[in-house]
Design a protein around this ligand. Structure first.
Ligand SMILES: C[S@@+](CC[C@H](N)C(=O)[O-])C[C@H]1O[C@@H](n2cnc3c(N)ncnc32)[C@H](O)[C@@H]1O
Length: 371
């Protein structure tokens, strides 16, 4: 007979009271499918799976009615549920990281005798990752002309272009009619004067009719979306052509490719466990994937940009313009930077990465998806 868990055991494992579990049963949210001989509720593997979903949505702040609609949706299978939950949890983690950063800033300001304004104190609740780190972005993030050329070529003859997760618009083609989409108010405010018009929205819900644009592009943003597959499908819906610059982060070899993750920041690779594979991302929009090598002197300071200039990662300004460091948190950041500094001065880094010095460009798992 299939193994069942008693209501008491489920309460113990989840930290939820028996009373709450009874309530979920009474309202039909999670009804255990069996009873023990003594008449106690008993949960099958299927019941537990449903309960896990309910409890996770609950922890994310959803109301019981909304949760019932979500878990009963016949169009959503178990894997899609898990992916959605994972994306939402990561979003919440980013949000918490953004709040910690904002509070740290306030503590620093207070230590210097500066009081934050009431408006600044409230802003912390709306803090999204890029609302907190965005102001550091323009210091090192700019157009890398060799990568821009690849994107613009892939856009073909598109006249109208939607740039999703546009940020400051570093890769917007100057000779087309561009509309930008960017959810972070800070990033929108950092767009240069004269930049393309920008709409406040997310990739997952693009506020445009089907086939509104000749092409839709997204640069280095898909890994921030709570539901990358839904976002890519939205791009496909609104545009005839889709061009996406992203990472093969779901690939097993990914963490081995870049010394910074492999040797100093393994926790960042964990971030992508369960992430859709590149084939799944490409499959969602029927795209082909082309490798994009990172030139040794890459002008855009994204995470992999300084692969042959390791000292750059010791610079706080360089790190602040990369979301990775906020995501892994200050402890991991400090440890990674200290270890890298030690290895650079002892010659260990140079010894380990001897092969890189002669390379003009490196294959670090960056890909252009073109559909
Ligand atoms: C690394 S930045 C890249 C910005 C820009 N594409 C560039 O290359 O400079 C990632 C951007 O994705 C945005 N973003 C985060 N979540 C998003 C979502 N769900 N939909 C669209 N954009 C999102 C962030 O606010 C941020 O501006």
């Amino acid at each position: 007979m299939e193994e069942h868990l008693t209501v008491g055991r489920v309460a113990e494992l989840t930290g939820v009271t028996v009373r709450t579990l009874h309530h979920y049963d009474e309202i039909g949210l999670v009804q255990p499918s069996a009873r023990t001989t003594a008449g106690y509720r008993a949960y099958s593997a299927g019941d537990v799976e449903r309960l896990r979903g309910v409890l996770t949505y609950r922890r994310l702040g959803f109301g019981l009615r909304e949760i019932a609609d979500l878990v009963d949706d016949p169009a959503t299978d178990a894997v899609t549920h898990l992916r959605r939950l994972r994306g939402l949890l990561l979003e919440q983690r980013d949000h918490a990281a953004a709040m910690v950063t904002a509070i740290d800033r306030e503590l620093e300001a207070r230590a210097m005798g500066i009081r934050t304004t009431p408006e600044e104190q409230l802003k912390v609740f709306g803090a999204q990752l890029y609302d907190t780190i965005g102001s550091a972005y323009p210091a090192t993030r700019r157009t890398e002309p060799r990568i821009a050329a690849r994107i613009w070529e892939a856009l073909g003859d598109a006249r109208t272009v939607l740039n999703v997760g546009a940020g400051t618009g570093s890769y917007e083609p100057p000779d087309r009619d561009v509309t930008a989409v960017e959810p972070s108010a800070v990033m929108r405010a950092l767009r240069p004067a004269g930049a393309a018009p920008c709409v406040a929205a997310t990739a997952e819900n693009l506020p445009f009719e089907d086939h509104s644009f000749d092409a839709a592009m997204a640069f280095s943003t898909v890994h921030h979306w709570s539901d990358p597959i839904a976002g890519l499908r939205e791009m496909r819906r609104v545009a005839r052509r889709v061009v996406v610059f992203t990472y093969d982060a779901g690939g097993v070899a990914w963490r081995e490719r870049f010394w910074l993750i492999r040797d100093y920041l393994p926790e960042f690779a964990e971030y992508f466990v369960g992430w859709p594979s590149l084939a799944e991302l490409a499959g969602a929009i029927g795209a082909r994937a082309e490798p994009v090598l990172v030139p040794w002197d890459c002008a855009d300071g994204f995470f992999e940009a300084y692969w042959r200039r390791p000292e750059a990662y010791l610079d706080e300004h360089v790190r602040r313009a990369m979301s990775v460091w906020t995501r892994v948190g200050p402890e991991a950041e400090q440890r990674a930077v200290d270890e890298l500094r030690d290895d650079l001065s002892s010659g260990r880094w140079a010894e380990r990465n001897r092969d890189l010095v002669a390379l003009e460009a490196a294959e670090l798992g960056l890909r252009l998806l073109v559909a």
